[in-house]
Write a protein that binds this ligand. Structure first.
Ligand code: FEO
Length: 394
C-alpha cells in the first residue's frame, strides 16, 4: 500500500513492480518500476490512469483505503499502453458508475483492447476541454506520440498539478517516498535517461511539440505514470527531457563493438586508449554480444561521440552490432560525432554495412579503421589518425 497526499485532495495510489524482469518484454528492470495512479478528490472523484493488470487489486485496495473516497466518478485515461490501462476492465466492474474519459483514439483503443462497448461509459474530450469535479477543474491537453498516438495530459488548474503520462517518467520502483523531496532522486534521474532513450527516444519532435504546448502552464507538481512525482526538481527534469528530445548530447564517447576472436575487440581497446591519451575522460565501452541493448542505447543516446565496430560475419555485419545500428536508426539518432572500425578475414563487408547505416541515418563518418585478419603497425597509425580527427570534432 502506497497512498500519499501530494497536494490537498490529490493522492498518489500507484503500485510498485519488483518482479517483472523486462519492461515491454525488452528492457531490464534492475530496481523495478512503478505504475503511478492518482486520485483527485472533490464532490466528484477522478482517478488518473490505472496500473498493470497484475496489480489491479493493489490499486483497488489503495483506492478503497483512501480516506473520503466512496466511489470513482471518472477514470481519466491519459495513456493506453497496457502498463497503465491493464486494470481498466476490473476497475470498470468494481466501479460500475465510473465514466471513462479519453479522446477519440483512447476510446477506440479501449474498445479494441478490452471490449468495453457500452458507449454510455465513455466521455470523449478534445484538446483544451475541461471537466468540473466540483471545486476543481480538469483540463485536457492532447499530446500525441508521447508515447502513443492517443496520449494526453491532464491539469488540475486549482492545484497546479499536471499528470503527464509517460513524459518525465523513469524506471525504478518507489522506495518509500513518492515526491522528489522525499528521496534521493539520483537513481531515478539515471533511469530517466534509460527510460527516455529506450522507450520514447524515437519521438523527440513530438516531445518538443508537447513541451511547447505546455509552455504556458505553471505546474507545481508533475505527476508521471512511472517514477517520482516532481516538485523541487521540475526544472532539472524538464531540461533533461528537453535536451534528450532535441538530441542534445553530453560530453563523452560511447564505443560499441562486436568481436568473434578478439581482433575487433583489440581495435576497440586501441581506440579507447588513444582517446584517453587525448584527454577524453568519459568513455563507455560495450561488447554488443554481452551488454544489454538497453544500456548501449542509453549511452549512445546520451554522449556526443559514438564509435561502432564489428567484423564481417556470413558476408554481412556481425549480427549484434547490426542489431545495435538498427536500434540507432529506429531512434533516428543524430547530433553525433561518429566513427567506425572493424575486422575481416577475407571480405571487408562489415565496413560497407556500417557505411550504409551511417548514410541512411545521415551520420558523417569521421574515419573508419579496418583490420585484415589482425592489427599491426598500420592499424596503430590509423587509430591515432582516427583519434586525432575524432577528438578535434568533439
Ligand atoms: Fe508507461 Fe507508454 O507506457
Amino acid at each position: 500500500m502506497n497512498i500519499k497526499e501530494i497536494a490537498p485532495d490529490i493522492l498518489y495510489v500507484g503500485v510498485n513492480d519488483r518482479t517483472t524482469t523486462r519492461f515491454e518484454g525488452l528492457w531490464p528492470l534492475p530496481i523495478g518500476v512503478s505504475y503511478n495512479s492518482y486520485l483527485v478528490k472533490d464532490s466528484r472523484t477522478a482517478l488518473i490512469d490505472t496500473v498493470e493488470a497484475a496489480d489491479a487489486l493493489g490499486l483497488i485496495e489503495n483506492i478503497r483505503n483512501s480516506a473520503g473516497v466512496e466511489k470513482i466518478d471518472y477514470l481519466v485515461v491519459n495513456h493506453m499502453e497496457p502498463d497503465h490501462s491493464g486494470s481498466i476492465p476490473l476497475l470498470a466492474t468494481a466501479f460500475p458508475e465510473m465514466k471513462i474519459i479519453g479522446n477519440r483514439q483512447t476510446i477506440s483503443m479501449i474498445k479494441g483492447f478490452y471490449h468495453i462497448s457500452d458507449d454510455s461509459r465513455f466521455i470523449e474530450v478534445k484538446d483544451n476541454d475541461v471537466i468540473e469535479l466540483g471545486e476543481k477543474t480538469l483540463r485536457f491537453f492532447l499530446t500525441p506520440m508521447v508515447h502513443w498516438p492517443e496520449t494526453m495530459m491532464t491539469f488540475v488548474e486549482e492545484r497546479s498539478v499536471l499528470f503527464t503520462g509517460d513524459a518525465f517518467g523513469t524506471f525504478g520502483a518507489l522506495a518509500g517516498g513518492v515526491v522528489d523531496y522525499e528521496m534521493d532522486t539520483e537513481p531515478y534521474i539515471s533511469e530517466m535517461y534509460r527510460y527516455y532513450s529506450n522507450i520514447v527516444g524515437k519521438y523527440g519532435r513530438f516531445v518538443q511539440n508537447a513541451l511547447a504546448r505546455l509552455s504556458g502552464i505553471k505546474a507545481d507538481f508533475i505527476c508521471p505514470t512511472h517514477g517520482p512525482v516532481w516538485h523541487d526538481e521540475i526544472a532539472r527534469v524538464g531540461k533533461i527531457v528537453s535536451d534528450l528530445s532535441l538530441y542534445t548530447p553530453e560530453e563523452g564517447v560511447t564505443i560499441v563493438y562486436g568481436s568473434m576472436y578478439g581482433n575487433t575487440a583489440h581495435v576497440a581497446e586501441m581506440i579507447a586508449s588513444a582517446l584517453a591519451e587525448r584527454g577524453v575522460r568519459k568513455i563507455k565501452i560495450h561488447n554488443a554480444s554481452f551488454s544489454e541493448m538497453s544500456y548501449m542505447i542509453n549511452d549512445a543516446f546520451r554522449y556526443k561521440g559514438l564509435i561502432v565496430g564489428g567484423p564481417t560475419y556470413s558476408m554481412t555485419l556481425f549480427p549484434p552490432v547490426a542489431q545495435f545500428m538498427e536500434a540507432m536508426a529506429t531512434r533516428e539518432i543524430k547530433n553525433k560525432v561518429f566513427a567506425t572500425f572493424g575486422s575481416h578475414a577475407w571480405a571487408p563487408v562489415n565496413g560497407k554495412r556500417l557505411a550504409e547505416y551511417a548514410e541512411a541515418m545521415k551520420l558523417d563518418v569521421t574515419a573508419h579503421v579496418e583490420v585484415k585478419q589482425s592489427a599491426d603497425e598500420a592499424t596503430r597509425e590509423a587509430v591515432a589518425k582516427l583519434a586525432d580527427e575524432f577528438v578535434a570534432r568533439l
